[in-house]
Design a protein around this ligand. Structure first.
Ligand code: ZN
Length: 122
């Protein structure tokens, strides 16, 4: 799906509004930059900081505790099928505005919310 390409300074948030940051650009060293910042690829691992979620996945065996314990998103893994289909760096598809990641352990989505507007990829 075409869209603006994520670089290191693009803002990504989990479904609960907490920021997700790349642990390290992949590939390292980055081969492609936009505005001096490494382009993010489908293989880039993200960590989520400060997620406020307390909603555990449904578990019919356990009674819901009260108050609910924190159940924050910790990591986000990009879904390769949502990355650019025609633009790759070192064989890895670049991430675009419409790309989606899956957070662990919550299983919720993380999505880009603010991305540079100079470069697009298909
Ligand atoms: Zn979250």
């Amino acid at each position: 799906m075409p869209g603006h390409v994520l670089n290191l300074s693009s803002l990504v948030q989990c479904a609960h509004g907490a920021p997700a940051q790349p642990t390290a650009p992949v590939p390292t060293p980055p081969r492609v930059t936009i505005l001096g910042q490494a382009v993010m690829t489908e293989a880039t691992a993200y960590v989520v900081a400060g997620c406020p979620n307390t909603e555990s996945p449904p578990n019919p065996v356990q009674a819901p505790p009260a108050p609910p314990p924190p159940f924050p998103c910790a990591t986000a893994t990009w879904i390769g099928a949502t990355a650019a289909t025609r633009v790759k760096t070192m064989g890895l598809a670049v991430l675009v505005m419409s790309s989606t990641a899956t957070c662990a352990p919550t299983g919720r989505e993380a999505k880009p919310v603010q991305v540079q507007s100079r470069v697009q990829a298909i």
